[in-house]
Design a protein around this ligand. Structure first.
Ligand code: 5CA
Ligand code: ZN
Length: 412
């Protein structure tokens, strides 16, 4: 499907290196080391409601990775999916008496607008689950043929992946089986379902049910794809066997990213699915994770309709570290608005401290696992100096403006 429209990204003088990022599998920060083009797959929305600030924060996180790789002179092949068929979408459509396709199309269109307003560089490939069904079904057939997947014998036509086929299962999330069982039940899995070989085995293909959409699966029979195989198939098809970064929020560490990696690694003969599993913290409101199912949401589109500058929203979200679970409050937004105004004023100053010095410091702090709180403090200090007529680099305000545009996505 179509992505959104991008903006020009300024190029910056001097050299930069690829960022160091925390990897959930290693449990430490490590340099990203793309060979040729850098490849990134980010888990996108399930379009049954509007984009909230949690989605925005996660998309901004991976937008920074994209920007830092480009600044380091790398080509970036970025893929994002849209889970445009899954249980939550069908449930919401049913609740509201709406056609699920209309719902998905409307919310995806709104997401595109929100992403554009937040100056997120669009992915090279924006891919829906529905359009990927033939490729997903082919992968499921391969897994069945290899004995790595099995059908339940309850007549439903539901097929499961045998996690016993994935020797490294668990390497990404490092959870105990008990923890996995709890999370699996909370996040779309069905550990209690009778007839599975292992309670943690994830669904690969759901046999057709009355009143639910279904697609031809060849020997699988009609049905629709499971969630984890969707992302494994889209990533493998467009990015190859091993990607540099598999990204998403930390609510996807288990089961989604563990199971996607297991599917992919079994399909490719054990090539590691990702060199880095990178996870953004959860944005909360009133002490709870912002989520469509809880309904405690602040929508990007609502803020835009209220006349809030998306750059202030972006600065608000960047003021916390991407890995931290953190709260969105009115004060976070207010601080973002004030900072934006200060930065704009400073960019219009006649001179300031060294622009090259600022650029080097920003590259250094962002390259260090996207340390945006430190980066914002560095830019704040430069602005303070420029506004109090400290420093005589007349080219610095223009370079400061290009720097925050290119690396932070903040257009002054
Ligand atoms: N379609 C699947 C991924 S394949 C999905 O999780 N969709 S979603 O709409 O629930 O979330 C879209 C992206 O936003 C995911 O990367 C998810 O991890 C992230 N996300 C969801 N809620 C939050 C939140 N409160 N804070 C930060 N990120 C969030
Ligand atoms: Zn995903």
């Amino acid at each position: 499907m179509d992505a959104w429209t991008g903006h020009d990204v300024p190029t910056l003088p001097g050299d930069a290196v690829a960022p160091r990022l925390f990897d959930s599998a290693r449990r430490s920060v490590a340099a990203t080391t793309p060979e040729g083009a850098a490849t990134m797959y980010v888990c996108g929305i399930t379009p049954y409601d509007a984009t909230h600030l949690g989605h925005a924060a996660t998309m901004i996180t991976f937008d920074l990775v994209n920007r830092l790789w480009r600044d380091a002179g790398l080509d970036v092949n970025y893929v994002q999916n849209v889970t445009d068929i899954d249980d939550p979408l069908l449930e919401r459509a049913q609740r509201d008496g709406e056609d699920w396709i209309v719902l998905a199309m409307r919310e995806t269109a709104l997401f595109r607008e929100d992403m554009e307003s937040l100056r997120i560089i669009p992915p090279a490939h924006y891919v829906g689950a529905v359009e990927s069904i033939p490729a997903i079904a082919a992968h499921v057939r391969e897994l069945v043929a290899a004995g790595q997947a099995y059908a339940l014998d309850d007549g439903t036509g539901d097929l499961y992946f045998a996690i016993s086929a994935a020797p490294r299962f668990g390497y990404e999330s490092h959870l105990t089986r008990d923890e996995m069982t709890v999370l699996s039940a909370e996040r779309g899995g069905d550990p209690d379902r009778a007839g599975k070989r292992d309670p943690l085995d994830p669904l690969l293909w759901r046999g057709a049910r009355d009143g639910e959409p279904a697609w031809e699966g060849g020997e699988l029979g009609p049905g629709r794809p499971g969630w984890h195989i969707e992302c494994a198939t889209i990533a493998l098809g467009l990015l190859g066997d091993t990607i540099d970064v598999q990204g998403g929020g930390n609510d996807l560490i288990y089961p989604h990213h563990e199971c996607s990696a297991a599917h992919a690694e079994v399909l490719t003969g054990d090539e590691p699915f990702a060199r880095h599993y990178v996870h953004a913290g959860m944005i909360g409101l009133d002490g709870e994770k912002m989520s469509k199912s809880k309904g405690n949401l602040v929508f990007v589109s609502r803020l835009r309709a209220d006349g809030v500058d998306p750059m202030a929203v972006r600065l608000g979200l960047l003021s916390g570290h991407y890995r931290a679970d953190r709260e969105w409050t009115d004060d976070v937004l207010k601080a973002g608005q004030e900072r934006l105004a200060r930065w704009r004023a400073a960019a219009a100053a006649p001179a300031g401290p060294s622009g090259e010095g600022l650029l080097a410091a920003v590259r250094e702090s962002l390259g260090n696992d996207l340390d945006t709180p430190a980066t914002l403090a560095i830019v704040d200090a430069w602005c303070e100096a420029a506004l109090t007529a400290t420093g005589d680099d007349e080219s610095a305000p223009a370079l400061m403006s290009r720097t925050v545009d290119a690396l932070l996505g903040i257009r002054l």
